[in-house]
Design a protein around this ligand. Sequence first.
Ligand code: FES
Length: 137
Amino acid sequence: MADEKTKGSGTATVDSPGENTVQLTFLPEGKTVEFERDKLPYKDHGKEQSILDVALNYGVRLDHACGGNCACTTCHVWVKEGAENLSEMDDDEADRLDMAADLQLNSRLGCQAVITKPGKVVVEIPSWNRNYVSEEH
Ligand code: FES
């Protein structure tokens, strides 16, 4: 009965994320980044506010061999949670993904999947991609 979070005193300061906050988690590293939607600077690769753009903003290694132009599959991720907070897949992305290794129903291209709503999103970077990107230049 007494588990309600708001207490009716008029000064409820429940520590919840802002209503425009996005929480994006990259697996298997388990790195979670939190930011205000549409407030990140564009990093010049892929669509603005895409998963790749967020990764570049926070130093998460997500390969992007074609520079985010929907012309390869190296930015392939699996969306584990929050697919409803992402842009819909267009035909170009779907066609490109058809060529991806380990294609799953929740596959997206990180450079094309744009965060369109606040909330939680969890993506996993496939292991073959992680091995590939571990080669530093
Ligand atoms: S970086 Fe090439 S398709 Fe996303």
